[in-house]
Ligand binder design. Sequence first.
Ligand code: WT7
Length: 614
Amino acid sequence: MNSIGKRNGVNRVCSENLDVTKGNIKIEWFKGGITNICYNCLDKNIESGNGDKVALHWEGNEPDVDGSLTYRQLFEKVCQLANFLKDNGVKKGDTVIIYLPMLMELPITMLACARIGAVHSVVFAGYSAESLLQRVMDCKPKIVVTCNAVKRGKKVLNLKEIVDAALSESSQNGISVDSCLTYENESAMKKEDTKWQKGRDIWWQDVVPKYPTKCDVVWVDAEDPLFLLYTSGSTGKPKGVLHTTGGYMIYTATTFKYAFDYKDSDIYWCTADCGWITGHSYVTYGPLLNGATVILYEGVPNYPDSGRCWEIVDKYKVTIFYTAPTLVRSLMRDGNEYVTRYSRKSLRVLGSVGEPINPSAWRWFFNIVGDSRCPISDTWWQTETGGFMITPLPGAWPQKPGSATFPFFGVEPVIVDEKGKEIEGECSGYLCVKSSWPGAFRTLYGDHDRYETTYFKPFPGYYFSGDGCSRDKNGYYWLTGRVDDVINVSGHRIGTAEVESALVSHPQCAEAAVVGVEHEVKGQGIYAFVTLVEGVPYSEDLRKSLVLAVRNQIGAFAAPDRIHWAPSLPKTRSGKIMRRILRKIASRQLDELGDISTLADPSVVDQLIALADS
Ligand code: WT7
């Protein structure tokens, strides 16, 4: 176990054990150091003379609706909310669930929690009531912060209704949340039309602005928790990834600065939602710690049309634009005209995250969006890693379309074979990390065993990422996608088990097996094989209601692209579903089925193939 001292000649203010054979897994950085991330995002920037600099530009769903806050104004809003939270009983270490769309109130709430040492857990406002309920039950928040509704494109989503459903269900199960602070998002829904639970619900605009615009910082230990963020794994139960304060702060600030070659004059836009880790590390914390001007966009990239992103780039003179391959691919499909109609000459650096970016999308992004002059930072990282792990530094070394290039400072990736043996040089295998880095997650909330089992037991001595990877002869890393039962749909991580459990919750579904298939825009699509309860005939209506079950249980983004009715599933004699075969059938690689002789009933395969296109 390392402690404070030198390793490879470098001072490390960390204590770690990543080897399960040597005891419990533990990672600590800067323990004993006292800090506050909200202080470093706001007070420090104001003290250094940046109080009048714009911190947030907010662009609404409709092109003519916008707003902005300087660092000083943001500080005041955060303090008012922090005072409200304190007044409503939120103390250091308490959890607050945030279920908000991309309004300025989302980062404001995150920062207000951090200011008083409360732990935020943002739930992406596309998750269903059922998923929200699951998270409420797991982390038992003191308070939930939401808004009444949001407009995304032409659609109005009634978020308050979802929160109501989750909270009434949670209180029937013994977890009652005392207060639900609700922001009136007027452009989407009026107060009068919002359902209200007296005694629990509070209108943000009625109370928060009355609080003082100053609020003392609660100093915390570097190892005190900052936030919980639920992500998908290979079982149906989401994992509460826990990040602490000091290491995460240093890591997001530093990676942001170097991977985007950040300069004070930059205008930065990351299209991710704060409901995902990208929005935590690279919409809120990393940029604000650097005193950056950040764009928040409420809407969708193709509303009113597919030129919206470039209209926003020109409107705010965006210099750094960070997005996901799925957005690149979908805009690429809509044609260059939408891009070239805008100047985009402010752009300097482009970024990509969420999944491997295929070389043709990379080239389009580089040549068309960036006019062949902006380097692309293809950043590989994960909810668990807190910040970038493998990423180009713009302009520092030759790019290769589709490669995330080299590790960030201090990160020690290794590629191992199935036996967990490190392989050198040009090779492919499983991507692991050999030693800790400051932004690493410290545990899974309430389940340190699962943390050790999932990430540290597969290859003792290493953190296992769940990704496959190869390294070329020049040392460039090429990520090849998940090797576990997790699929990556439009850069959103979804566990196959979660979708399966949603499907079998349908009364007419007996069994389900879900696999990922290549999808032109989303990267991966969801392909579900279902067997039905005895005697139930398969029909179009049933297909629709199975898809609906997934939308209701998880959220629209997890809806299967394809339902494949299976009279029975290919199983081994011990009853294990052979997913390898299902993956081949789903991708119609029928001549690559491999050995099917170990199946209990090999004829199932022909039956499935016959039904594939029906
Ligand atoms: C998984 C993590 C990190 C924020 C967004 C997703 C895939 C992420 C890349 C990239 C290839 C990538 C991996 C990883 N991934 N970035 N640049 N190249 N693959 O966070 O939901 O935790 O998902 O996304 O498969 O394991 P997440």
